[in-house]
Write a protein that binds this ligand. Sequence first.
Ligand code: AMP
Length: 215
Amino acid sequence: MNLVLMGPPGAGKGTQAKVISKKFNIPHISTGDMLREAVAAGTDLGKRVAHILEEGLLVPDELMFAIVKERLQREDTSNGFILDGYPRTVAQAQKLKEILQELGKNLDAVILITSTEEEVVKRISSRRVCPSCGRVYNLLTLKPRQDNLCDDCGTELIQRKDDLPHTVRERYRIYVEKTAPVLEFYRKSGVLKTVDGSRPLEEVSKDLFESLENM
Ligand code: AMP
């Protein structure tokens, strides 16, 4: 099953992608995670994109094309994949279509998880991550067992700079301007399914599974 998960930053794409990845045994491909890993590892790519990520802006399309193409060529995508965070522009959606055509793959569904700006700001500003193992928490919905410490490795949790409220609003604005038109692109091709992301995690997952089973 080849899937794309869309929605504003903080709609819960990453969390739901992990659940789907486990249930269907397909890799979760998060371009945000790939870029953050490159920054942490200090690669050439990481050095080029670090400030862009910090400000919540979009990495240039040409760089993204190369990253996604290389990732979708790997063997572990042969039974499917779930793309999270790509495409974010109409040009990226067009390129994805080309890449998939070249690789003889199809998109089975594009799932939009909806959320309002206020919900997103509230949710993302409560997000904390473990700088050591990368586990993600939320002070409202997914609290660590001990205040501000990672359940897995005990490291003190941090707030990412791009999760600060003013950066979140900027990311939301960019989503409306650049990414919302991508939804139209997929709506026209008949693969778009919409799920209300404002509800508890488990309810959103249930809806997602139902819409995937009814494909
Ligand atoms: P995410 O974790 O998906 O919110 O991505 C974190 C950041 O990585 C974004 O705010 C962008 O700076 C960058 N990024 C991730 N995916 C893309 C993409 N498809 N196009 C451009 N920039 C991206």
